[in-house]
Design a binder for this molecule. Structure first.
Ligand code: TRP
Length: 453
């Protein structure tokens, strides 16, 4: 047995803080902004079903794999995979999986902070009473007005980027950990308030039906790929974010138990977000397939009509901002850890570099909503490409290699030692799924959608 390593970046104070931080990473724009609009665009129930299957058979096993690889290696994903591959007598080229994760991190952060910026802007809009008594058309016009203004978008994008790297620069214990300690309980409280309200509005049944009555005629190869890609995106898998969080996990904590908790919490929030949004969509004759503006066009309508809507609306967008914030820090962390380890940078400098590059790239996403809106490659704008390339290609590929790494590259003994489940059924089931089921599923969906199979 190899001796246990220590991370040079720090360690979570407890297993509980790790669960908070990883749940904070998983629960984000993906749950509240992206999941409802892609469900709307892909026809509802059948899509949700495929998504849930992907969470269980692809997401959960890969989450366990990422955490165990991270904790075993205790370095940035790139250096961890390099070290563990060599330790197992395998090719150091496995580090390219970590390198692809770093590239994904830059790309995801670049559009994540743009969208999160919309949420921040909407705190002020809700707070100023801009939605009170407004019609659906007026709410749409407000949203279109924001998207049409590159300077406003740039301002919010810049603010959110500073908020993100500001936390990461302060380090694992005083930055990430202190932030999730405050933000996550607040987030849960706000969520309970908002869901309570959603259940009191009409058209609840039609929303439930749309989300849970599967119509398989609406399912295409591409929508299956989108469902799988989203399972990666929403659980923060495939690029090393959960892996780096795992590298800060105390040695005695249970990886399997934590993974199940995180995946359940994340799925619950996504389903609740759908249940809050679709009833409003149907009650107001809106289109479920209206795209990335969905949350920003439906919920304000509801807030504008209900008593106490100014307070609820403001609270909701604060919630969305917190959720996005505790996610965006996890997108930068692996990149920063790598820059510190390999380039010898200080944390602050590494934050400046990684935030700066993503900030610049984000300008492409900003312009794709206005000046470049007509510029399309194969029907997709710059933002569509960033999203497609990361969620549907890079994350599934990264996840596939991570599953292969835990299942086939690392020694069975080492994997078992790190998981601490002994020779139990749980271990055997996870190991078999990770070696055979997950890689085959990812590969088949992937090749099918790309048109090869
Ligand atoms: N999971 C987050 C969300 O749903 C986004 C996110 C955070 C992420 N870290 C990630 C996505 C790493 C992919 C990879 O909003």
């Amino acid at each position: 047995m190899t001796e246990k390593r220590q991370s040079i970046h720090g360690q979570w104070s407890s297993r509980w803080i790790f669960i908070l931080a990883a749940t904070g990473s998983a629960v984000g724009l993906g749950n509240v902004w992206k999941f409802p609009y892609i469900t709307g665009e892909n026809g509802g129930g059948a899509f949700v079903l495929v998504y849930l299957i992907c969470i269980a058979l692809v997401g959960l096993p890969i989450m366990v794999a990422e955490i165990l690889i991270g904790r075993r290696g205790r370095q940035s994903p790139l250096n961890t995979m390099h070290a563990l591959a060599q330790e197992a007598g395998r090719s150091p080229h496995w580090r390219w999986v970590g390198a692809m994760g770093i590239a994904s991190g830059f790309l995801i952060l670049s559009f994540y902070t743009v969208i999160a910026g919309w949420a921040v802007a909407y705190i002020f809009r809700a707070g100023s009473g801009a939605f009170q008594g407004a019609t659906a058309d007026e709410i749409d016009a407000l949203f279109d007005g924001l998207l049409a203004s590159p300077w406003a978008l740039l301002g919010w994008h810049t603010l959110f980027m500073i908020m993100t790297v500001g936390v990461v620069a302060r380090g694992v214990k005083s930055g990430l950990e202190q932030t999730v300690r405050i933000m996550m309980p607040a987030l849960f409280l706000l969520l309970v308030l908002v869901v309570g309200f959603a259940m009191s509005t009409g058209a609840f049944e039609r929303g439930v039906e749309f989300m849970f009555a599967p119509d398989f005629s609406k399912l295409t190869a591409e929508s299956i790929l989108i469902a799988m890609g989203h399972a990666f995106f929403t659980l923060s898998l495939g690029m090393g974010a959960i892996m780096i969080y795992g590298s800060y996990l105390p040695q005695n904590a249970s990886i399997a138990g934590a993974s199940i908790t995180i995946a359940l919490a994340d799925t619950a929030v996504a389903l609740l977000a759908g249940l809050a949004i679709f009833p409003i969509v149907f009650a107001n004759g809106l289109q479920p397939g209206s795209g990335p503006g969905l949350v920003f066009q439906t919920l304000p309508l509801a807030f504008g009509q209900m008593p106490g809507g100014v307070v609820f609306g403001t609270l909701f967008f604060i919630l969305l901002t917190f959720a996005a914030w505790s996610s965006s820090i996890s997108i930068v962390e692996p990149v920063v850890a790598w820059l510190v380890e390999t380039r010898g940078m200080t944390r602050s400098r590494a934050c400046l570099v990684s935030g700066g590059v993503s900030w610049l790239l984000g300008i492409g996403t900003i312009l794709s909503f206005n000046v470049w809106a007509e510029w399309k490659l194969a029907g997709k704008t710059f933002f569509d490409w960033m999203d497609y390339l990361t969620a549907n290609i890079m994350l599934p590929l990264g996840g596939l290699f991570i599953a292969l790494f835990a299942g086939w590259v690392m020694k069975r003994f080492d994997v078992q030692d790190e998981l601490g489940l002994g020779e139990s059924v749980w271990f055997k089931v996870w190991y078999a799924v990770t070696r055979y089921v997950t890689p085959v599923l990812v590969l088949v969906v992937f090749l099918h959608a790309v048109g090869i199979v």
